[in-house]
Design a protein around this ligand. Sequence first.
Ligand SMILES: NC(=O)c1ccc[n+]([C@@H]2O[C@H](COP(=O)([O-])OP(=O)(O)OC[C@H]3O[C@@H](n4cnc5c(N)ncnc54)[C@H](OP(=O)(O)O)[C@@H]3O)[C@@H](O)[C@H]2O)c1
Length: 218
Amino acid sequence: MKIMINVAMSLNGLIAGRLGRRVEISSNQDRERVMHLRSTCDAILVGANTIINDNPDLRAADRGYEKNPVRVILDGRLSIPTHCRVFDGRSRTLLFTANRERKMSNCEMIYNDSMQIPVDFVLDELNDRGIKNLLVEGGSKVIRQFLLSGKVSSFSLYIGNILIETGGIPLFEIGSDVRNAILSGEKLGDGFLLNLDPIELKKGIEEYGRRGTKAKLG
Ligand SMILES: NC(=O)c1ccc[n+]([C@@H]2O[C@H](COP(=O)([O-])OP(=O)(O)OC[C@H]3O[C@@H](n4cnc5c(N)ncnc54)[C@H](OP(=O)(O)O)[C@@H]3O)[C@@H](O)[C@H]2O)c1
């Protein structure tokens, strides 16, 4: 399966505001690019917090594109409200969860016993459903897991022309300096679109995880 990550970040490295407040980071040109990208993918994947904070519909067809990707949500505890737009029944939604008590309508529920559902399990289930191109859109917790899986083939980062007030959600937590992560870049609207190397990013993120483990061990 081809796995792509696409995300927009502010000049000070944030993908959302305080308490996950949604902030428009992309330019019009970037939004158009993302819609096109969505329409070329079989599925779009996001985490529960993105659904709760942003309530996206994760569709492309309403914006002039023919194809709507399958909507995939990871929500171990199953905390997302039923009225979210991904449950509007207008395109297919897959919901991965460990919570077998709560039932949701207008989606296919896929269960795993772990609250932290392994990426490999998710990919196997998507593969079984014929997904060949997966677009991972966020948030930062989900992006981190996919980068750590080592299975990401491309990472598009749009840097918007905005600084978000301190206290928002950072895209990366990195445990060692990472150089040479930029593969290519171009100006797009009033921001920049970068193509990053997922393997270089993975090294820095892994190091952050190791530091966290050492700190816990004391
Ligand atoms: N700028 C952008 O391009 C962009 C794109 C997308 C999102 N965002 C922003 O990102 C913010 C959210 O980011 P975030 O890092 O806080 O959260 P997130 O990645 O959207 O969601 C994290 C949550 O999803 C569930 N989850 C993630 N991986 C899972 C797994 N493997 N198994 C089971 N459940 C899993 C967990 O929910 P439970 O704890 O309920 O189990 C987890 O707490 C939003 O505020 C949104 O505005 C920005």
